[in-house]
Design a protein around this ligand. Structure first.
Ligand code: G4P
Length: 292
């Protein structure tokens, strides 16, 4: 099953961002630190060309710290791009975002030349959480311009620092089917867009190669990394179902329930801090020209 997105949104979003971008100094793209490449929007680079960009790897508290470091280095090596990692609900790190934007556009300062920032991200990446964290922190400065703020989705973070929420909805960069399935596993999509069991089998196929000890630690399978990697994905899910008592009347294993258990564990970090794609994997997809 391929994960689908909605073409209707694409046209509207392209138009809306195209109109807004003229007055923007810095673009923030919020990414999921567990899937930075796949949670980016494929058209954003084109729509925001020539604007300094801050890549924010959000949900870093759920991601593998070593891999987050590698992704940050990859983004920071680009001209006109900075990258930081944060947890959107944590106010102190979130404020770093303001400093990072100021460094990207040092000429914008003061009331006559306020910093104008556009914040973008695919659904569920944590944009609302981050905006709430930032605006709660500076609530006194959000001002009384309720009409303007609502209509134009403008948030005043400092006297001379305005943040605009993206007009329209952005979609993820699903280059290969696996990345769509891993995005679904991370919780980036509504439940009607995918089959849990299919998503979890793909997830286990990846985890057994990259994070086998974490599978054993969580589900107490009594297998070493090599033995886990050698198991078929279905077999691994069956072992998890048995361990977790996901059994129907008559003794048949409830694979759907086992899949839901694994997804809940992944999303709540009960499996540990995981990142589901590396820079070399993502670069290989790009090089293979499999862009959609
Ligand atoms: P959006 O506006 O981009 O669509 O995303 P939103 O802020 O609604 O966040 C989507 C989910 O991700 C929420 O969880 C939110 O709590 C969680 N989230 C956002 N930022 C972070 C982060 O940095 N770390 C972690 N661990 N989670 C984050 P939810 O399950 O939908 O709701 P709830 O758990 O808050 O009830």
């Amino acid at each position: 099953m391929a994960i689908q997105w909605f073409p209707g949104h694409m046209h509207l979003t392209r138009k809306a961002i195209g109109e807004r971008i003229k007055d923007i100094d810095v673009v923030i793209e919020l990414l999921d630190a567990r899937l930075p490449g796949s949670s980016s929007n494929p058209l954003l680079a084109e729509l925001t060309a020539h604007k300094p960009t801050l890549k924010v790897l959000n949900k870093q508290d759920l991601a593998d710290p070593g891999r987050t470091g590698a992704w940050l280095a990859w983004y920071n090596a680009r001209a006109d791009t900075s990258a930081i990692a944060l947890d959107a609900s944590d106010a102190a790190p979130a404020r770093r975002l303001i400093d990072a934007c100021r460094q990207l556009a040092p000429n914008r300062r003061g009331l006559s030349k306020p910093m104008r920032v556009l914040i973008c991200g695919i659904p569920n990446v944590g944009k609302s959480t981050l905006i709430n964290t930032l605006s709660r922190k500076t609530q006194a400065k959000t001002g009384d311009e309720a009409g303007i703020t609502k209509q134009e989705q403008r948030i005043v973070l400092d006297d001379d620092f305005y943040l605009w929420d993206t007009p329209g909805m952005l979609w993820p960069r699903i280059i290969v089917p696996e990345s769509g399935l891993r995005l679904a596993a991370s919780g980036a999509m509504g439940r009607n867009a995918y089959e849990e069991e299919e998503v979890v089998l793909e997830l286990l196929a990846y985890l057994k190669q990259h994070y086998a000890p974490l599978i054993d630690a969580r589900y107490k399978l009594g297998l070493d990394a090599e033995a886990i990697a050698a198991r078929h994905d279905e077999e691994l899910l069956e072992l998890i179902a048995k361990k977790r008592g996901a059994v129907m009347s008559g003794g048949r294993l409830n694979m759907q329930k086992a899949a839901e258990i694994v997804l809940t564990d992944l999303r709540g970090a009960a499996l540990g801090r995981l990142t589901l794609e590396t820079v070399p994997e993502f670069e290989a997809w790009l090089a293979a020209g499999q862009l959609q």
